[in-house]
Design a protein around this ligand. Structure first.
Ligand code: NAD
Length: 308
């Protein structure tokens, strides 16, 4: 594959400044330029983008700057013969650190005190409310880059870590690995269930009313995967009924989450606007991946993170 232009689509601005991404990609012999929706592409182009566009199928290769590529029509890429790569592998610190933040907030009640701070409210949570993460069980669903990062941090905090992965193979810092068909058993004893899997046909709606019913009533759900992995109505009903203790949601069914959505002021929920992976070095992490693949393409080698 001969790449003679790297076109950075303006949609990357959803994750990092466009100019920073263009600058970070400079340095090889391949010219880099920012492009908008009026651009056209040819077989010498690599497109770096946040969002898909049909016209990208004319390029040689499209790099999505997120780990999830559920918005891209993989079959269309395969038919067109256009390579598609994703950004799996760079979120092993950011998202797991955010997850540690949610777990710590729930256990130490930080979200409650932050909500009260504006009212200069000195009220203490009930005696039975705070707990320690040490000794609590977390079930990590999906043991890829993010899931392993969560498992490593949870183990370092003295948590009892179990996980779910398709192969069922052992994973570092995970005491017991379940397969997806054992999901109910995996979440049953967990104080925290952390979703770190991709959105696929198999995972869409995976966390439904029945699974939420299986969870402990003092358990917390964390979704840093994709919104539709969880059944929205079922989660809202479980939170309203106190069937689970709370949920931290970074990924939502509709983004931005509508202003009128009940989760915004649900006292058992922590809502973040899909920022678990944010970092002021995102452009550098993406540029390193793209540049490695430009070199691989030049040498005629297969692309890293190729999904189509
Ligand atoms: P990854 O590819 O490294 O890991 C995903 C893992 O999930 C893989 O090991 C895969 O085998 C496993 N998996 C697939 N189906 C499964 C199932 N049914 N049950 C259990 N495990 C299953 O990807 P990653 O970088 O760890 O990212 C995971 C997902 O997190 C992405 O697909 C994306 O949707 C989401 N994500 C969200 C953010 C955010 O900002 N909130 C950022 C990055 C990624």
């Amino acid at each position: 594959m001969d790449i003679d232009r790297i076109a950075v689509h303006e949609s990357v601005a959803k994750a990092c400044p466009l100019e920073a991404m263009v600058a970070a990609l400079q340095g090889s012999d391949v010219p880099v330029e920012a492009v908008g929706d009026d651009a056209s592409f040819d077989a010498g182009d690599c497109v770096v983008t946040f969002s898909p566009r049909d016209v990208f199928l004319d390029a040689a290769w499209v790099h999505g700057i997120r780990a999830g590529y559920d918005e891209f029509d993989v079959a269309a890429y395969e038919t067109a013969g256009t390579a598609l790569t994703n950004s799996t592998g760079i979120h092993g610190d950011t998202v797991p650190e955010t997850v540690v933040g949610y777990l710590t907030a729930f256990a130490r009640r930080l979200h409650v005190y932050r909500d009260r701070q504006g009212d200069a409210d000195w009220t203490h949570e009930p005696y039975e409310a705070p707990f320690t993460l040490t000794g609590e069980r977390v079930c990590v669903v999906g043991l890829g880059t993010i899931g392993q990062g969560v498992a490593d941090r949870a183990a370092a905090l003295g948590m009892d870590v179990v996980g779910v992965r398709r192969s069922g193979d052992p994973a570092e810092n995970v005491e017991r690995v379940y397969t997806p068909d054992e999901l109910a058993a995996a979440v049953g004893d967990a104080r925290f269930v952390v979703l770190c899997c991709p959105l696929t046909e198999a995972t869409e709606g995976m966390v439904d009313a029945a699974l939420l019913e299986t969870m402990r009533d003092d358990g917390y759900l964390v979704n840093v995967a994709r919104g539709p992995v969880v059944v929205e109505d079922a989660l809202l009903a479980a939170l309203d009924a106190g069937a689970i203790a709370g949920a931290a949601l970074d990924a939502h069914w509709e983004e931005p989450l509508p202003e009128t959505h009940p989760l915004w002021d649900h006292e058992s929920a922590i809502v973040t606007p899909h920022v678990a992976a944010s970092t002021n070095r995102y452009h550098e992490d993406i540029a390193a991946l793209v540049q490695e693949n430009v070199e691989r393409a030049t040498r005629g080698e297969s692309l890293r993170n190729r999904v189509a």
